[in-house]
Design a protein around this ligand. Structure first.
Ligand code: NAD
Ligand code: UDP
Ligand code: UDP
Length: 326
């Protein structure tokens, strides 16, 4: 029997962004199917949704074909932090490329609208600031970040070829650094590392001189952008940048987190990872004009909510099996 509710598949739904998206879709009244292999996602992230009748979780790896019936697909499955995507780089490329082929095949059979979580990493170490969607990037195809960067670039190619060849309804978003509650405490990303280190009184690990920049978007703002983009007219395919166009150096971020947590942790210098981009900031003019979207959460407000989350998580220390990378 067909349902009046929209049936939505979220791959990577037990991850950081995926769990927030599932929550938002369930609240909007959709029938949500979360598919995840739990490589970096956690059942805890979706535990509060399991009692909802219109939410369902399925363990599955998207590098294998998937036969389900849905109206829309959000393809988020892929490890996102450098230490996680470099742990098994071949699997990372398979997830991006073979996973995209399977999800596109599924969308083609179902005539379903499909959304791809691409990344600012498609711009590599950019030579143009801020980065507009028309910029073609500066990616090292054989470095340690390539499994992720080139995998995501190839996935974009596949989305646009399925669009041209099979007339699929596609939405490709390039996500810039996003943070918030439910980031994995050991994922090695700068916001989670610095907050966990500050709260534990451990040294904050500053890679390089700390002058490299990122632009940090709070998760709720990003999810607003996802949902608006998915609802936009068919001609709005992207690629579309979503992120916060406020650039912050990594050293400034460390100072802000130390000040907000009241921590006396010292900073310790560590070498800059290979191919670490020196400057990154989105040009979000297109998102603003096409969707009327712009982030509204100031960094300090978003950090306050994230610090509160990690504070509670640390209190429950059995969740933290290992120290964060550094
Ligand atoms: P995350 O690691 O928390 O979530 C990824 C999820 O995908 C996890 O739950 C993981 O278990 C799952 N997964 C990985 N491989 C899979 C596979 N083969 N089959 C099924 N599930 C699989 O990361 P996130 O930050 O939530 O990122 C979600 C998506 O957004 C990713 O595609 C990532 O590339 C993209 N993205 C995120 C950011 C960011 O700042 N958070 C920035 C750019 C792009
Ligand atoms: N696929 C899937 N679920 C479906 C339909 C297809 O996982 O409901 C997979 C299928 O296994 C195939 C891939 O998607 O490997 C691409 O499908 P497509 O129809 O584009 O190509 P083909 O099947 O002709 O290779
Ligand atoms: N970084 C840092 N200390 C850490 C973790 C990261 O100085 O403990 C730096 C890292 O070198 C990079 C920036 O912070 O310049 C953002 O790193 P992250 O891994 O969060 O994201 P990405 O490099 O993928 O943008």
């Amino acid at each position: 029997m067909s349902s009046v509710r929209k049936r939505v598949l979220v791959t990577g739904g037990a991850g950081f962004l995926g769990s927030h998206l599932c929550e938002r879709l369930v609240a909007a009244g959709d029938d949500v199917l979360c598919v995840d292999n739990y490589f970096t996602g956690r059942k805890d992230n979706i535990a509060h949704l399991l009692a909802v009748p219109h939410f369902e979780a399925m363990r599955h790896d998207i590098t294998h074909p998937l036969f389900v019936e849905v109206d829309e697909i959000y393809n988020l499955a892929c490890p996102a932090s450098p230490i996680h995507y470099q742990f098994d780089p071949v699997q990372t490329t398979k997830t991006s490329v073979i996973g995209a082929i399977n999800m596109l095949g599924l969308a083609k059979r179902l005539k379903a609208k499909i959304f791809q979580a691409s990344t600012s990493e498609v711009y590599g170490d950019p030579t143009l600031h801020p980065q507009p969607e028309s910029y073609r990037g500066n990616v090292n195809p054989i470095g340690p970040r390539a499994c992720y960067d080139e995998g995501k670039r190839c996935a974009e190619t596949l989305f646009f070829d399925y669009f041209r060849q099979h007339h699929l309804k596609i939405k490709v978003v390039r996500i810039f650094n996003t943070y918030g509650p439910r980031m994995h405490p050991n994922d090695g990303r700068v916001v989670s590392n610095f907050i966990v280190q500050a709260l534990k009184g451990a040294p904050l690990t500053l890679y390089g001189d700390g002058n490299q920049t990122r632009a940090f978007c709070y998760v709720d703002d990003l999810i607003d952008g996802f949902v608006k983009f998915m609802a936009a007219p068919e001609a709005v395919t992207g690629p579309l940048n979503l992120g916060n166009p406020v650039e912050t150096s990594v050293a400034e971020l460390a100072d802000t987190i130390l000040q907000m947590t009241g921590s006396r942790s010292p900073l310790i210098r560590r070498p800059l990872p290979v191919d670490d981009p020196t400057q990154r900031c989105p040009d979000v003019a297109q998102a603003q004009s096409l969707l009327g979207w712009r982030p509204t959460t100031p960094l300090k407000d978003g950090l306050a909510r994230t610090i509160e989350y990690f504070d509670k998580l640390l209190a429950n220390s059995r969740v933290l099996e290992h120290e964060p990378a550094g």
